[in-house]
Design a protein around this ligand. Structure first.
Ligand code: EPZ
Length: 417
């Protein structure tokens, strides 16, 4: 399952390039099922979840091929084979295949995407919305079946701005009959990227990035080339790594305009930040200042995916902080490991932790339990005194192309076995 070893206490120094966005690439890969012809997705991150999605698409009848850092995908003969359970179970974003398969061939069969350690991850909003588009559902054991004689556009209101549900409605709507209107749509940049890709293939979509998205169904979509946008969560991870370890770094080709919430908090903690269109230069303070209260929110609020990495910074900040997690119900799984490293973190309730910043953490052996928690433990190890070993780093490989290589390029003493 992989182990990362870190010798902590070394400030970061240098420049790195930011990878393509995992959460943009995955729904866009699913969307290629809807297209007649070949798509070329440039700047696609070589991460485990992308390889999973590639395997799923091939099991459905797509031909795929890597061309440098681009992946070519062509849906040749989309059969309705069931997808390999190990891949679907391992990855929530296989759920976006639901909308894409319904749009392509009017039916889908997939293993019920399991919940994970950060929450139950229900799909009630996906099902409720697709039923309004003339989709029927059935299930047995752990399989979910969906089918529709003809997808119909509809007026859909989402109770909460679910990224995945918004994406599934868009994927089902682009080839549906008539108009689909989404009220309460997610505004995340990854939804905008999906819409940009589909519009490049000939889809008619208005309002991407706002709470109201309108889709006019078309007859056919055509192959296109598309550059996957850069990963705001990976970029934010390295900003927080520098806050914890100290030093000064330059992030090249970062999605700067999507990172305001994180960069504001980083400046509140005492960093010097200089932004240009695609670069972020930052100087960390000697010791981060605490932040009295931070809460996660849907975009453009503070991203839930950077909440755990932020905990690792606040654990060594000067003063006490409170962090509230408003998106997922169980996203403080790294607290016991941070405490094991000497952090003073107390979980007040399911959604709130209080942190009393310590001068330094001490290296320890800890275990990654999910993707962003694993990245947060790397950040804690960078600032800790002595050696830190992080087990089960396979989770980290799901979302970061090579976190050890990137951090070594910034001067960290880190390697994986
Ligand atoms: C996407 O997950 C991202 N994953 C997550 O990133 C991210 O944390 C999340 O959006 C929020 O920004 C991908 O894009 C592949 P949601 P998604 O539907 O779509 C509840 C990472 O680390 N909900 O916006 O699954 C749900 O339980 C991952 O890269 C329902 O109740 O998130 C959660 O509490 C982690 N019913 C909240 O909504 C539903 O039908 C937000 O979930 C759907 C969601």
């Amino acid at each position: 399952m992989g182990t990362i070893h870190i010798h902590g206490g070394i400030p970061l120094q240098g420049a790195i390039k930011i990878q393509g966005s995992k959460n943009a690439a995955l729904p866009i890969m699913a969307a290629t099922l809807l297209v007649s012809g070949k798509c070329l997705l440039k700047g696609c991150p070589r991460i485990a979840d992308v390889f999973y999605m590639q395997k799923l698409l091939e099991s459905l009848g797509c031909v795929t091929r890597w061309e440098g850092d681009a992946i070519a995908i062509e849906p040749v003969n989309i059969c309705m084979g069931e997808m390999p359970a190990d891949a679907v179970k391992g990855m929530r974003s296989s759920l976006t295949l639901l909308g894409a398969l319904l749009g392509r061939c009017g039916k889908a069969a997939l293993e019920y995407p399991g919940g994970c350690v950060i929450g139950k991850r229900p799909i009630d909003m996906h099902i409720k919305a697709l039923k309004q588009m003339n989709v029927c559902f059935g299930e047995n054991d752990s399989m979910l079946y969906a089918w529709s004689k003809k997808l119909q556009g509809g007026r859909i209101t989402l109770e909460c701005a679910s990224v995945g549900a918004t994406e599934n409605i868009i994927l089902a709507g682009v080839l549906a009959k008539g108009k689909t209107e989404i009220q309460g749509a997610a505004k995340e940049p990854e939804v905008v990227a999906l819409c940009d890709f589909l519009k490049a293939c000939g889809a008619q979509i208005e309002g991407a990035g706002t709470e109201q998205i309108c889709i006019e169904g078309v007859e056919k979509l055509y192959g296109a080339e598309y550059e996957i946008p850069k990963d705001r969560i990976a970029a934010g991870t390295y900003v927080l790594a520098c806050m914890a370890a100290g030093g000064e770094i330059l992030l090249k080709n970062a999605p700067v305009k999507e990172m305001d919430a994180l960069l504001d908090i980083t400046e509140q903690m005492g960093a010097f930040i200089q932004k240009s269109r695609q670069e972020i230069y930052m100087q960390a303070p000697k010791r981060p200042k605490a932040v009295s209260k931070v809460q996660t929110a849907v975009y453009p609020g503070f991203p839930t995916d950077l909440q755990s990495p932020l905990l690792s910074v606040l654990a060594v900040a000067d003063g006490s902080s409170e962090v509230k997690e408003n998106i997922f119900e169980n996203r403080f799984r790294i607290v016991p490991d941070l405490v094991n490293m000497g952090a003073k973190v107390q979980q007040v309730d399911a959604r709130t932790v209080h942190i009393e910043g310590q001068e330094r953490l001490k290296g320890a052996v800890v275990t990654a339990r999910e993707l962003r928690g694993g990245a947060a433990l790397v950040i804690a190890g960078l600032s800790a005194q002595g050696e830190t070993g992080i087990k089960d780093t396979i989770y980290i490989d799901r979302g970061y192309v090579n976190i050890c290589r990137d951090l070594r390029e910034l001067g960290a003493r880190i390697y994986s076995v």
